[in-house]
Design a protein around this ligand. Structure first.
Ligand SMILES: O=C(O)CCC(=O)C(=O)O
Length: 361
């Protein structure tokens, strides 16, 4: 089979030499049971610690008490404590009023009208909203060319800053890299409907945590069910994620799956009955919904929602750009200031920098 140029551009980044003939089977090694058991203990411990206190001192005390009551292995305790410690101090760089001013500039003030009452209700109840098509076709076509060129250039190192997965073309920090020299990708983190959802879920004190491009190749893409915060939260959401569909998302090409309402469960799928015993986190779960839409569409979710990528059974790429936000005091998935290209830094306006929480150059 002759591959389309976009597909060829993604092969090295996805660490595959040729596409599998069998696009239905999962081409992955399931994680060993011992590893899953240990990570479940860690997730359960972190969930108890986070929900059991309101500040760092209280949470570390709960962690120590619960760990001793459960007789947990030292390795689990130490790794949970070190994850929790990342949240001990505020990591915000800019004064808190800068993000408020930026949201006003983007017309996303407190009483903005970018979301309907139904959309807000769906977000609260189901944990996600599919906002439909927000980018026109010429823009999406220009983005395809831009991403295909960039991923071919990054090759085997693409995605190394955050994560690399065999069969999935990944790139990190896309909106702050030279790929966005002229602002083509700015809309992806500043669209008023996206910022309005983020504000609805997190309030106004948030910042960009990472922007990861995510492209499962034909025959790849199935992921374990997960949430984008490492443990369960029973109130006060911490993170929001967005999936810009850069190709049509269809039932065949690996659409995102979500479990409506799971963001309210207070548990993480890795520490939940879904992952008990022999249950495989890659398998379908009751009630899951597949998100489909035309290229240029945007789905945004409270990122405590249980979700994952699914298997691309088609013969084409399924390109997506994730845009991940966190409360402004939380650590970010990627250090935007370390990742930013000097030209992009000079080009960005004050409100753009406020969303990224980075100072003027
Ligand atoms: O792009 C998707 O369908 C979702 C991917 C995802 O959840 C992830 O990479 O963590």
């Amino acid at each position: 089979m002759t591959l389309a140029s976009g597909l060829t551009a993604h092969l090295e980044a996805a660490a595959v030499e040729a596409l599998p003939a069998d696009r239905d089977s999962l081409h992955y090694e399931p994680p060993p049971v011992a590893f899953r058991w240990e990570s479940r203990q860690r997730v359960d411990l972190l969930t108890a610690a986070w929900n059991g206190g309101t500040n760092a001192r209280e949470r570390h005390a709960v962690l120590a008490r619960v760990a001793s009551e459960r007789g947990l292995p030292q390795a689990v305790i130490e790794s949970a404590a070190s994850v929790l410690a990342r949240f001990d101090d505020s990591h915000q760089r800019l004064p808190t009023d800068e993000i408020e001013r930026a949201l006003d500039e983007f017309d996303v003030g407190e009483s903005n009208t970018h979301l309907s009452l139904d959309e807000k209700a769906q977000l609260d109840r189901d944990g996600y909203v599919n906002l439909g098509r927000l980018l026109d076709e010429p823009t999406v076509t220009r983005m395809h060319e831009r991403y295909d060129d960039a991923i071919a250039r990054e090759g085997g190192s693409a995605g190394h800053e955050v994560s690399q997965t065999r069969g999935i073309g990944r790139m990190s920090g896309t909106v702050v890299k030279a790929i966005n020299h002229d602002g083509l990708l700015d809309v992806l983190f500043t669209h008023p409907r996206l910022l309005a959802v983020t504000r609805h879920v997190l309030g106004s004190q948030f910042r960009l945590s990472s922007t990861n491009y995510h492209c499962p190749l034909p025959g790849y893409g199935q992921q374990a069910l997960h949430a984008d915060f490492g443990w369960g939260i029973d109130s006060r959401p911490q993170v929001v994620n967005a999936v810009w569909m850069l190709d049509d998302f269809t039932l065949e090409n690996g659409p995102t799956r979500v479990v409506p309402g799971s963001h309210r469960s207070g548990t993480h799928p890795n520490g939940s009955p879904f992952n008990d015993g022999e249950r495989d986190p890659y398998l379908p779960v009751p009630g899951e919904v597949y998100i489909t839409g035309k290229a240029g569409s945007l789905m945004v979710y409270n990122a405590h929602l249980w979700h994952s990528g699914t298997q691309n059974r088609s013969t084409s790429l399924r390109r997506a750009q994730h845009v991940f936000f966190t409360r402004a005091t939380n650590p970010t998935q990627q250090d935007m200031l370390a990742a930013i290209d000097a030209g992009v830094h000079r080009r960005l306006s004050t409100p753009h920098r406020a969303i990224l929480d980075i100072p003027a150059p």
